[in-house]
Design a protein around this ligand. Sequence first.
Ligand SMILES: Nc1nc2c(ncn2[C@@H]2O[C@H](COP(=O)(O)OP(=O)(O)OP(=O)(O)O)[C@@H](O)[C@H]2O)c(=O)[nH]1
Length: 392
Amino acid sequence: MRVFFIGFGQAGGKVVDMFIEQDRKSGMNNFRGIAVNTARTDLMGLKNIELKDRILIGQTVVKGHGVGTDNVTGARIAADEIDSIVNAIDTRGTHDVDAFVIVAGLGGGTGSGGSPVLARHLKRIYREPVYVLGLLPAPEEGRLYTYNAARSLSTLVKEADNVFVFDNSAWKNEGESVKTAYSRLNDEIVRRFGVLFRAGEVSKAGVGEMVVDSSEIINTLRGGGITSVGYAVTEMVSERTKKKRGLFGGLKESLSKKEKTEEVLMGEDKSAKVIALVRRAMLGRLTLPCDYSTAERALVLVAGNPNEMDRKGVEKAKSWVEENIAGVEVRGGDYPVESTFVAAVVVLATIGEAPRVRELFEIARETKEDVIKSKEKRSSMFDDPEIDPLFE
Ligand SMILES: Nc1nc2c(ncn2[C@@H]2O[C@H](COP(=O)(O)OP(=O)(O)OP(=O)(O)O)[C@@H](O)[C@H]2O)c(=O)[nH]1
């Protein structure tokens, strides 16, 4: 899949910078990316996005210092400067792009407020789908972050074609602060979404048996709403690969009778391993912990060495996923890469129930009520008819 990333705000910029780095290292050149921010220093800190692709907005309003966690200002600045953002995207080239992915921390100001505005405009201008990868704040960051994230997320589900959610709090370790966890969390994000977004593109390892096309990813995400992604990885080198690579590698292709029997057993073994890997991906830690049985659609992607791929295994794993989600649409296939590792990605699309999202909205509702009450209290303190102001 050819993806155009837009990193909005500090967190979004950092994550997109890492996607670009990963893409460069893989030599595949599938990703294109720009960063948009109201803070000059955040843009200066990026390493892989070219200087000309770092767009500073809101200079006349915040003078390059960021919007200070005010996402209403973030949204206003994005709306005022939408032409220059879209222009930067256009200049970078969009003719061969399969999808746009906006990445943003939903708890802050610039990315939280700006990403729904940008999603709306991109959807109006382009035919390609517009997805958002939204990072949820940890509760310890305070109620303002939670309130911002709830407002941003509720707008994003209306404006974007689908929202991938990554919950920072689900991924930081017990006792660890979210700030010290960032680089580990970002590695996790880029690893799983990198495999997903690169699917369908021809890698050095060739073409897969059951190739996942970008249209399958797009169809999986068609239902909108929010989506969570599972991932698992294992080292999986069959005896045959080892033998081929080993001391006698290349000397003989014909296997003895005993070895042939072993191959058949290994075939089944490979299939069982693929199924186990996919189960681990879906039942393990998801980007957003959720009730997977409420997912409307799913995509199963197995990436690894073509020798270790097993069509039957992928098919059985897809059936297992189908039995466990609400809907019946499960797409999937393999994706060959030159590696001794095999990774499974399970996309649980259009989820109906995620406790963290419910909690986020609950806290946001209470926060709004508290803010209104304290405003009323403050204004009543000065609201004394006996005391005349100096002038009206
Ligand atoms: N996963 C992850 N989350 C981050 C990172 N940096 C910030 N966040 C989260 O993103 C939210 C804040 O968003 P930022 O991107 O820093 O804010 P911004 O969009 O630049 O907006 P302002 O700074 O208010 O102008 C918080 O909930 C942070 O926990 C990061 O590198 N990785």
